[in-house]
Design a protein around this ligand. Structure first.
Ligand SMILES: [Zn+2]
Ligand SMILES: [Zn+2]
Length: 149
């Protein structure tokens, strides 16, 4: 059974047959900038196990290091995969999956590049949605209808 994924605006969609390597959180500088996030969650997928299903012509790429192309939706900016021509796999941006791959992250890598403000997240409160009493938030507000953290 294949797993489906998509960008934020839905213009680009893909399928993967399976993740071929463990899920890894990468903290490197280029992932941090490319994803505007403390780390990027990635997994290798063999090329023959990955295919675009919709909107491939809307993709653009940025060469973040020699030979490494980071592919993203030109409409909404979501990063979906990265790949190098010489490698048999692509690097999937796991957070763009719409289905649960059934496996859980194995490790964090490149923490030597951590942003100074990225502290031990286990000591930081977690909330399933917004924290209670957050001013001005309507109960029907959801991230996909404009409520952004
Ligand atoms: Zn998009
Ligand atoms: Zn990285």
């Amino acid at each position: 059974m294949s797993l489906k994924g998509s960008c934020l605006c839905g213009a680009v969609r893909y399928e993967v047959d399976r993740l071929d390597m463990p899920i890894v959180h990468c903290h490197c500088n280029t992932c941090r900038k490319a994803h505007a996030s403390a780390f990027a969650t990635t997994a290798r997928v063999l090329r023959e196990h990955f295919r675009w299903t919709t909107g491939e012509s809307g993709l653009r790429a940025f060469e973040s290091s020699p030979g490494k192309m980071r592919w993203f939706c030109s409409a909404c900016g979501t990063h979906l995969i990265a790949k190098r021509p010489v490698q048999a796999h692509i690097i999937l941006r796991v957070a763009t999956l719409d289905d649960d791959p059934g496996v859980r992250p194995a490790m964090h890598i490149w923490t030597s590049h951590d942003a100074a403000w990225l502290t031990d997240t286990d000591n930081t409160p977690y909330y399933p949605e917004w924290p209670r009493g957050r001013g001005g938030v309507q109960s029907d507000e959801r991230p996909n209808t404009g409520g952004e953290a």
